[in-house]
Design a protein around this ligand. Structure first.
Ligand code: TLP
Length: 347
């Protein structure tokens, strides 16, 4: 099967750079970024800070490095961090929060990916010699394991009020925050104005090959720069990464609407297939997750899908995740749902 025939719905991380991005890489003005001398990196960082309504930004290699750098820059070792129990930091980042940042993650289970402010208040303990100091609350937006769910600006604001009340900082893993903003048709600052700092990814729906940005106030970004260095993330002519990032911020954000429309179409078509359970209310951005009937072997289902040229991921024992992105068109959705229907009808 040729690459062209494969419909890869595993993640929006599989997107390849556009021709314009590759051209921009070729012509990027470069310098040594560890000395702060890469003009292209500096430009991207200024643009990112401006877009997010914060003072400064820092280009890092990946979303995972962005989260780890951010945790280290917000907290001191031994402190306590509140996060949602299925958050990416807690679930998928190899325990870096404790293994490297030296923090005590305090996971809180939620109904929809959004921890309720009262839940945090209920978990806060009085200051005491036996307790670590709580420092930080993390929110994830959109929430990966909750199928790309949006944590609304109103909710983020409510969490920020608890954070302020108890002198905690609020951080957002905004890997896909532009998906949330585009889906609600609001400026991304509607989310970011409530958090102290955040990260977002270039290498997901925005189609860049590499890179994420850590964003916050000046002093915070200076700490983040040192923490990035200690993690081995001090890059040199990183303008080759920043150049496509500039195009992403200028041209790729509104395009996410297409991915959302395709995800909706995918969800609606899947909802009509026997053997599948899906809640269409949960399809809010570019992810579609659905549960297979317990009689269906999920692993085998994914293998059969793959034989039909459709790649998807298992997110839990019987839960499948599909993500739309640049390169996935309406006809791919038709093909994918056709294959799902054929496979399940033979089950
Ligand atoms: N998520 C990946 C996988 O790790 C699951 C994906 O395909 O969705 N925060 C969030 C909310 C993420 O979804 C991801 C990536 C990251 C951080 C980490 O980004 P990378 O993969 O660049 O380290």
């Amino acid at each position: 099967m040729s690459d062209k025939e494969i419909i890869d719905l595993r993640s929006d991380t599989v997107t390849l750079p556009t021709g314009e991005m590759l051209e921009a890489i070729k012509h990027a003005k470069l310098g040594d970024d560890v000395y702060g001398e890469d003009a292209t990196v500096n430009k991207l960082q200024e643009m990112a800070a401006e877009k997010m309504g914060k003072e400064a930004a820092l280009l890092v290699t990946s979303g995972t490095q962005a989260n780890l750098t951010s945790l280290m820059s917000n907290c001191k070792r031994g402190e306590q961090v509140f996060l949602e129990a299925e958050s990416h930091v807690y679930w998928y980042e190899v325990g870096g929060v404790s293994a490297i940042a030296g923090l005590l993650p305090w996971p809180i289970k939620s109904e929809s990916g959004a921890i309720e402010p009262e839940q945090i208040e209920a978990q806060l303990r009085p200051k005491g010699v036996s307790f670590p100091d709580p420092t930080l609350i993390c929110v994830e937006n959109t929430h990966n394991r909750y199928g790309g769910k949006i944590i609304s600006p109103t909710h983020v604001k409510a969490v920020s009020e608890v954070a302020k009340k108890y002198s905690l900082k609020l951080y957002m893993d905004g890997a896909r925050i532009f998906n949330a903003a585009v889906a609600l048709n609001v400026d991304v600052k509607e989310f970011t104005k409530h958090v102290d700092n955040l990260m977002f990814c270039l290498s997901k729906g925005l189609s860049c090959p590499v890179g994420s940005l850590v964003v916050g106030d000046q002093a915070y970004i200076e700490r983040a720069r040192k923490n990035r260095k200690v993690l081995g993330g001090g890059m040199r002519q990183a303008g080759i990464i920043a150049a496509p990032g500039i195009i992403a911020l200028e041209k790729m954000i509104d395009r996410l609407r297409e991915d959302h429309a395709n995800a909706r179409l995918l969800g609606e078509k899947i909802a009509k297939i026997k053997g599948v359970k899906i809640n269409l209310k949960d399809v809010q951005t570019n992810m579609v997750t659905f549960d297979l009937d317990p009689s269906i072997d999920c692993e085998l289902f994914l293998i059969k899908l793959k034989q039909n040229g459709i790649f998807a991921l298992a997110q839990a024992k019987n839960r499948v995740r599909m993500v739309t992105h640049r390169g996935i068109e309406r006809q791919d959705i038709e093909k994918a749902t056709g294959a799902i229907e054929r496979i399940l009808s033979k089950n």
